[in-house]
Design a protein around this ligand. Structure first.
Ligand code: DC
Length: 214
């Protein structure tokens, strides 16, 4: 038994789940964990130590050393780290290690918002609120593109689009914990929805579940 109220948010990259999760955590005064960062931190540790990305035993050892308190979004957001993270995320031993740490985090009172790919299906299957946030690959690629251009960088839309589809394919088709909506998840398609509208929709699901729990 735990006193924590858990909100599980899953979905593909650039669907808006990070922004939504942070906003929800702030609204309810809950802790927030972007679980993608745990896979990214493991991948970065391997890269920094010049260790291979295809050795499950070595990768598991790194995963067990990841400190959830020290995850830095700016450092870990690099494209190459995301690619490497997606590769090591197929390894069951790496997933087991990170899922253990994520579950411990989810027990923090008064509540926790966890976002990722398998929160509602594997990490916190009993969460009282599950959201699956998605958007078309074109819209997600365009958001990535605009974000890079907005920061003064240069980007190739077609390359980003191919990348989004490749990452989806890897995340959805891996044998262990593939990305998919939990059967009891609320679907939020943000292709044509503002972040404010998505937040309001999420809030009504959460408020309803909180009043059932009260
Ligand atoms: O959300 P992100 O781009 O930071 O995630 C990086 C990679 O980590 C992504 O390709 C899949 C993996 N991941 C996962 O397998 N399970 C999670 N709960 C979160 C991320």
């Amino acid at each position: 038994m735990t006193d924590s109220f858990i909100i599980a948010i899953d979905g593909p990259a650039a669907a808006g789940k990070g922004t939504l999760s942070r906003r929800i955590a702030e609204q309810y005064g809950f802790h927030h964990l972007d679980t993608g960062l745990t896979y990214r931190a493991t991948a970065k540790a391997l890269i920094d130590a010049r260790l291979p990305l295809d050795d499950e035993t070595v990768a598991e050892k790194m995963a067990r050393e990841v400190e959830l308190a020290g995850l830095d979004r700016d450092i870990l957001s690099k494209h190459e780290i995301g690619e490497a993270a997606s590769k090591i995320a197929v390894m069951p031993a790496v997933r087991r290690a990170l899922v253990e740490a994520q579950r411990r985090f989810s027990e923090k009172a008064p509540g926790a918002v966890l976002d990722g790919r398998d929160i509602g299906t594997v990490v916190c299957p009993d969460a009282p609120v599950k959201l699956y946030v998605t958007a078309s690959p074109e819209v997600r690629a365009k958001r990535r593109y605009d974000e890079i251009i907005g920061k003064g960088g240069s980007a190739d839309f077609e390359a980003i689009f191919e990348d989004v589809k490749r990452r989806d394919d890897r995340d959805m088709n891996r044998a262990d914990s593939p990305m998919k909506p939990a059967v009891d998840a609320h679907l939020l398609d943000t292709s044509e929805m503002s972040i404010e509208a998505a937040f309001q929709a999420a809030k009504s699901f959460i408020d309803a579940a909180l009043s059932r729990n009260a």
